[in-house]
Every structure is written in structure tokens, then in C-alpha cells.
Design a protein around this ligand. Structure first.
Ligand code: ADP
Length: 444
């Protein structure tokens, strides 16, 4: 941060310093040139008023105290006090031609023979003869070179000032940020700040802390629930296993004990499977594709036929054809498996189940035991089971949380409606179905 402040302030001030140096150089040169021109114009007017014949440049130069050049009609110098302009020479022929044609003063500049200097010339026609007065001034580049040592000193001062400014800014301006950061580390409380600029950062940190705390709490609850749920079958398995191992179990009870051990082991492995399913939903690497859910729902429901027969239940299907959505077979199967197996589990003797797919809206309706109104908000929580009296033989309360998590992650709307003693309806709204034309691409 301090490095950034140093570089930024240094760049800004350097830019300003250079602009100032070049501008003042230009202004100084313009002023010098302007002064020399005015001086020469004054001398030229004095010459004209004196009515001297402009013939001998040396004599006129002594009289006016400036360099003089007198030109002939052909634009060649007749005489000049400038040592480098010889008689007959045609210096600056372009300018001389223009000067000869001009009314009044004609002003122009040329480089001087002396290094680092410039000639300022003022020309005028006096009595039919072109006369040129010349003054020597310091050149533009020389002004800049003269200024360079001062510029270097200013740049050095600038560096020191910028370093000081950086130190001040990091010490005073950034101090609240440092204190804020220290406050944010290892602080369980909500972070407050009186600085408006830091408020958005405080909000983000508070939100993040809240999120981490909630995630930690949820993880702790999950572990506690899992261990609790696993404890019951494990105690049962261990109890029976120890009895069998002690040799004290009567032969006739042995078969029942074996069956219990087997049932409890199955329950444990079913629970582990569901926990794994629940965690697998977070796997973002599984890509979605077009799924023909009409066909898939039909296939999944077929698998339930033996169970329905065994329980004496009837199932009605009202499935629209060729409904395509973007998802995976596994997600849709998982949702339907959980909803339909619940509709079977919590049904009444000779009850019925109706599975409907209208567009992209799926409903699973049963004529079962229903769920009390005050229980409804909790049924999607992990390990929540409404009727504990169903005990170990029913479920672990992970089916509906899996359904909810799948829907949440896919952006589908899940809702439930139930009347205690009459039945329950679960609805999954998959959003927009794809146009029928895309069913050709859908996986079978
Ligand atoms: P479980 O494995 O216990 O079935 P779920 O998460 O699937 O777990 O369901 C949570 C609770 O919601 C169940 O214990 C049950 O009491 C209630 N429930 C779910 N579906 C139905 C339904 N169709 N009819 C009545 N109660 C239901």
C-alpha cells in the first residue's frame, strides 16, 4: 500500500514538475525574444527617422549599437556588421524575399554562429533599400540546459517530500485500517467502524464470519446427529453379537438375533449411503445435459411396482410426454425416489399415490397419514422425523433434505402441502422446460 502511494504521488508530482519546467522555459524564451524584437523595432524606427542613407552597414551598426545588414535589389547582402554574412551572400533567401515584399517590419529568427544562441532579425524597407537589424539572444535549448541542475534539485526535493507524504499517509491515514484488520482477526463479535469508507469491508467480514459460524454449527449438529443415529443400530448389533459370542444365547433365539443384526447392519449401510448422497450434491464437476424427464419418471415409477403390490397401494400416473429439462438422470431419480418412497412409507392401507407431470411441474400426491401444520417447516431439516414412534424401522430424516438441497442447487422450486390424516402433496417446479424439438438430443 505504501509503495503504491509513493509511486502514485511521485508520478503525479514528477509530471507536474516537468510540465512546469517546460512551460516556464517556453515562457522565458518567448519573453526574451519579444524584448529583443521590441528593441530592434525601436532602433529601426530611430534609423528611419534619422533619414540616414542606409548604405554602410558598419557605420549604421556603430550608430545604432546593433548588428546591421544592408541588402541590394537582388536580395544579396551589400554590407553587414555580422562577420559571417559576407558581401554578395544570400542569407536566409526565403525570409529576405518575403521581407523585401512586406510592408513595415518583417521579423524572423535563425540559429546564431555562437553555440546556444539565436539571432532575432527585424527587416524594413527604408528609402527603397532593405535593411536588417539583428540581435543575439540565448537559444531555447540553452535555457533548458541552464535550468536542468535546478530541475534535478527539485526532483530530489520532490522525492523527499513524497517519501515523507507516504510515511505520513501510512502512519496516519492507514492506521485505522491496520487497527480494523487487527480487530477483525480472532474477534468473534460483530465488527463496528466509525469510518464510512471501511463500512462495506466490515459488512463483508461480518457476513463472512456469520456464514463460517453457521457452517461450523451446522457441521457440529450434523456430526452429533450422525453419531446419535448410528449409535442405536451399533448398540443393538454389539449387544446381540456379544450374547452370541458368550454362548449363553438359547439356540431358538439365535435366528432372531441374526436377523436383527442383519437388519441393523442394513440400516447402517442405508444411512451411510444417504449421507454420501447428501454430500455428493456439492460436487460441481457433474455437468448437466438434456433429460427427457417424462421417460425417466416412467422408468423410476416402474421400479416401485413390486413394493406397491406388496403394500396394497395403487399408483396413478399423469405424465406429459416429451418434457425435457437440463439436469442429470441421477438428480431427477434421487428426487423421485425419495418423494415416492415417502408416499409409500407414510401411506395408509389401500391408499393411493398420484404422480403428475404437467409441463415442467412434478407433483407426488398421496392419501397417507399427512403431516401436522406445525411440523411442515421442519421436515426438510437434516435428521428430522415427524413421528418418532415409527422409530428405527422408518427413516433417518435425510430423504427430504436431499430433495431440498438438489432443488436449491438447481434453482427449482420445492413446496409441500399436507393435511394431517388425509394426505400430502409435494411439488417440484423445474422452471422452464426445453422446447419439444430438443428431445432428440436428450439422453435415453
Ligand atoms: P425419512 O427418511 O424419515 O422418511 P425424510 O426426510 O424423507 O426422512 O422425511 C422427514 C419426515 O417427514 C419423515 O420422517 C416423515 O415423518 C415426514 N414425511 C415425509 N414425507 C411424508 C409423506 N409423504 N407423508 C407423511 N409424512 C411424510
Amino acid at each position: 500500500m505504501s509503495k503504491r502511494i509513493l509511486i502514485t504521488s511521485l508520478l503525479i508530482t514528477l509530471f507536474i514538475l516537468l510540465v512546469f519546467a517546460f512551460t516556464s522555459n517556453e515562457l522565458y524564451y518567448a519573453q526574451t525574444e519579444g524584448d529583443a524584437t521590441s528593441h530592434l523595432v525601436e532602433k529601426m524606427s530611430a534609423l528611419e527617422e534619422s533619414e540616414e542613407t542606409p548604405d554602410d552597414a558598419g557605420r549604421l551598426s556603430d550608430m545604432l549599437d546593433v548588428d546591421v545588414t544592408v541588402f541590394g535589389d537582388d536580395g544579396k547582402a551589400l554590407s553587414s556588421s555580422l562577420p559571417e554574412v559576407q558581401e554578395g551572400a544570400t542569407p536566409d533567401s526565403g525570409d529576405i524575399a518575403e521581407a523585401a515584399a512586406a510592408d513595415g517590419n518583417y521579423v524572423y529568427t535563425t540559429p546564431s554562429v555562437n553555440e546556444g544562441h539565436t539571432y532575432v532579425h527585424v527587416c524594413r524597407n527604408i528609402g527603397g533599400t532593405l535593411v536588417r537589424l539583428t540581435a543575439e539572444i540565448i537559444s531555447r535549448s540553452r535555457v533548458l540546459v541552464t535550468m536542468l541542475p535546478n530541475l534535478a534539485i527539485f526532483i530530489l526535493i520532490d522525492l523527499v517530500v513524497c517519501l515523507l507524504f507516504t510515511w505520513l499517509s501510512t502512519t496516519f491515514i492507514l492506521r485505522p485500517v491496520k487497527e480494523f484488520a487487527l480487530d477483525a482477526i480472532g474477534n468473534d463479535k460483530k465488527i463496528e467502524t466509525k469510518y464510512t469508507e471501511l463500512k462495506p469491508v466490515a459488512d463483508v467480514i461480518n457476513w463472512k464470519n456469520e456464514y463460517v459460524r453457521a457452517a461450523q454449527k451446522s457441521k457440529d449438529e450434523f456430526i452429533s446427529n450422525v453419531t446419535h443415529e448410528m449409535n442405536t443400530p451399533l448398540t443393538s448389533i454389539r449387544g446381540f453379537a456379544e450374547l452370541i459370542a458368550s454362548g449363553n444365547m438359547p439356540q431358538d433365539k439365535m435366528i432372531a438375533a441374526g436377523k436383527t443384526i442383519s437388519a441393523q447392519s442394513e440400516r447402517l449401510s442405508a444411512m451411510i449411503k444417504q449421507i454420501l448422497n447428501y454430500s455428493a450434491i456439492d460436487d460441481d464437476t457433474v455437468k448437466s445435459y438434456d433429460v427427457d424427464i417424462s421417460r425417466l419418471i416412467g422408468d423410476v415409477l416402474d421400479n416401485f411396482e413390486p413394493m406397491l403390490k406388496e403394500k396394497g397401494l395403487t399408483m396413478l400416473r399423469r405424465i406429459d410426454e416429451n418434457v425435457i429439462i437440463e439436469s442429470t438422470h441421477e438428480r431427477i431419480t434421487e428426487i423421485l425416489d425419495n418423494l415416492v418412497s415417502n408416499a409409500i412409507k407414510y401411506n395408509k392401507p389401500n391408499g393411493s399415490i398420484i404422480v403428475t407431470l404437467r409441463g415442467a411441474v412434478l407433483t407426488v400426491e398421496d392419501t397417507g397419514i399427512g403431516i401436522a401444520h406445525d411440523e411442515l417447516p421442519h421436515i426438510f431439516s437434516r435428521f428430522y422425523t415427524v413421528d418418532k414412534s415409527h422409530g428405527e424401522s422408518v427413516g433417518f430424516g435425510l430423504g427430504l433434505p436431499i430433495v431440498r438441497k438438489l432443488c436449491d442447487r438447481s434453482g427449482w422450486k420445492l413446496s409441500v402441502d399436507s393435511v394431517k390424516g388425509e394426505g400430502t402433496v409435494f411439488t417440484v417446479d423445474f422452471g422452464a422446460a426445453k422446447p419439444n424439438g430438443s428431445d432428440a438430443k436428450a439422453k435415453k
